[in-house]
Design a protein around this ligand. Structure first.
Ligand SMILES: [Zn+2]
Length: 570
């Protein structure tokens, strides 16, 4: 909100809301809220904590993690240079500060993001620190309060940053199971992967006055839709009107409101050590047990692979439902008012076994693609998928997902209907779904929209599919001088099957016929079917509790532990 980031040594600062020149000390006394127009300036994490917690009660949690550059990312600057600059300018180790504290005498664990640090982006270290904070809340039996400020996932850490959405979500799921309150406080701005995970899958969601939150940013939505955005789009009041937040709170009331909520919901629970441990937290040394990735086929250029993955002739989910499965019965609707054509799902048989299949549907012709919104799911699509996942668990059916989407629908309507929260709920639910889940990236695995169907016990990927935190074009537009650097961005993002196999994000590459799936769909289907059976059958014998515990471990190890592993390997 404020372009003129006020520094302590400055005596005056200009309000970004009304352009008034304000005496710095007066502004700070007013909690950095403009006394003239009420605009809430952005706060760094240390100042936010100072405003919220009882004086002297803050006990910071460790914030030092091993240096992380998991994919050796270089754009015009190497990623470690950007990290060093962020540390120097903010005095922080990372984009989140965590600690235990009391608020009006109620003990809680807090994780507060800082937008000044690389746009508050969610990378492996941030995911690990917030997960550790959530685990501390679980151990201590106290509520977790998350204050979010983020542009989204940290693209310099590639798809590993996307995995953090699942890692933190499953820690939130553990708090849900334990009956411990989770609260998120949305501050300006909260977007992308943070919005579509722990900012919205908490029990309570508060929005600070003037905060904006959404899955897709306004610039992207304007570009895609070519329309002007409605007045006040994605602001706290807009979110309240559309049923996406519990309340909008002025900064001066925030501490009091949190106190009241902690008091009303009863923050006391027996500490975790006093109750039987349901899920043992995976420890670093378990990395040694991490499944060894299958040998990957020879690399081809990442940009060529992107083009193959988007080929209009590539088999779609409905093609596979016809060729790989038998007896597909499509089920429709989210039961809340819509049926999204970009997601198809229903019961089917795989080699005689009943399964629930859910996948993104694109199309081969322009008319088909338009009718299916290019495979970009709306919130209704995510909620239909969620309904079918839960139904499968109740019926004891394994879930097979086929992922092929450029990303979730970045439209005005999607934002109004809660795209971020819909994705967040799917991710959280999949981390604990009590039935086997097998995911296949068949074409494009685009960002949070892909992850909403790809938190699974086993994640497979067709040889020429791609899976990425952001499109190469989007990444190039942000980090390079222009979008023509998309081929370089594609290489830097490590989005191909062999790369993701090496990173442990996927478990197995399904080879395609030469040169690619669209040249021989029948042979592709035969190979996919064999891979599905080989991966599904062993899962059917695993007791459900073990299955869910292993799935959690799978997504838990994508934190900084992963970075340790890589750093040690160098
Ligand atoms: Zn003002």
């Amino acid at each position: 909100m404020t372009a003129t980031a006020p520094r302590d040594e400055q005596l005056w600062s200009r309000c970004a809301g009304c352009a008034s020149l304000l005496y710095r000390k007066r502004l700070r006394r007013n909690l950095d809220v403009c006394p003239e127009c009420g605009a809430h300036a952005r706060l760094g994490a240390p100042e936010r904590l100072r405003q919220l917690v009882d004086p002297g009660s803050l006990r910071p949690l460790p914030d030092r993690l091993p240096e992380a550059d998991p994919i050796d990312f270089v754009d015009v600057l190497p990623y470690p240079h950007r990290l060093t600059a962020a540390r120097t300018s903010t005095g922080l180790s990372e984009a989140v500060v965590c600690g235990t504290a009391t608020i009006g005498g109620h003990l809680a664990v807090l994780a507060v993001m800082d937008f000044r640090f690389l746009g508050g982006s969610l990378g492996c270290a941030v995911g690990e620190l917030i997960t550790q904070a959530a685990e501390r809340a679980l151990d201590d039996g106290v509520p977790l309060i998350l204050v979010t400020a983020s542009g989204g996932a940290r693209m310099q850490e590639g798809v590993l940053s996307l995995m953090q959405m699942a890692t933190v979500s499953q820690a939130i799921a553990a708090l849900r199971e334990a009956g411990l309150l989770t609260v998120s406080v949305l501050t300006d701005p909260t977007y992308g992967g943070v919005a579509a995970s722990f900012a919205t899958n908490t029990d309570l969601v508060l929005a600070e006055s003037g905060a904006r939150m959404g899955f897709a940013g306004p610039r992207v939505i304007r570009q895609v839709t070519g329309r002007a955005l409605p007045e006040g789009f994605q602001t706290a009041d807009f979110l309240l009107r559309h049923g996406q937040v519990d309340m909008v709170v002025q900064r001066r009331s925030l501490r009091g409101r949190l106190m009241a909520l902690l008091a009303a919901t009863g923050s006391a629970r027996p500490p975790r050590s006093a109750v039987p441990r349901q899920e043992s937290a995976p420890r670093r040394e378990r990395l040694a047990d991490a499944p060894v990735a299958e040998p990957a086929p020879a690399d081809r250029d990442a940009w060529d692979t992107v083009r193959v993955a988007r080929h209009p002739g590539r088999p779609t989910t409905l093609d596979y439902l016809d060729s790989v499965f038998d007896g597909f019965v499509e089920l429709h609707g989210d039961r809340l008012g819509a049926d999204c054509p970009a997601v198809v799902g229903g019961v089917a048989r795989l080699d005689g076994r009943h399964v629930m299949v859910i996948g993104h549907q694109k199309g081969h012709t322009t008319a088909e693609l338009v009718a299916r919104n290019f495979g970009m799911a709306s919130p209704a699509g995510h909620r239909k998928a969620l309904r079918l996942m839960r139904l499968a668990a109740r019926l004891g059916l394994p879930v097979i997902t086929l992922v092929d989407t450029p990303g979730a629908d970045p439209g005005v309507g999607a934002e109004e209907q809660g795209q971020a929260a819909a994705i967040a709920e799917n991710i959280l639910t999949l981390t604990v779904l009590p039935t086997p889940v097998l995911a296949v990236i068949t074409g494009e695995g685009g960002s949070g929209g892909a992850l909403a169907l790809a938190v699974a016990d086993r994640v497979l990927m067709l040889e020429h599919a791609v899976y990425s935190v952001i499109s190469p074009e989007g990444c190039a537009a942000i980090l390079w001088p222009d979008r023509s650097a998309a081929p370089q961005a594609a290489r830097a993002l490590r989005l191909t099957a062999p790369d993701l196999c090496r990173l442990g994000v996927i478990d197995e590459v399904v080879p395609e016929p030469t040169p690619a799936a669209h040249d021989d769909p029948a042979e592709t289907a035969r190979r996919l079917r064999a891979a599905l059976l080989a991966n599904l059958l062993p899962l059917l014998d695993v007791p459900t509790a073990t299955l869910v515990r292993r799935r959690r471990q799978r997504f838990r190890r994508f934190g900084a532990a992963r970075a340790t592993f890589r750093a040690g390997a160098r």
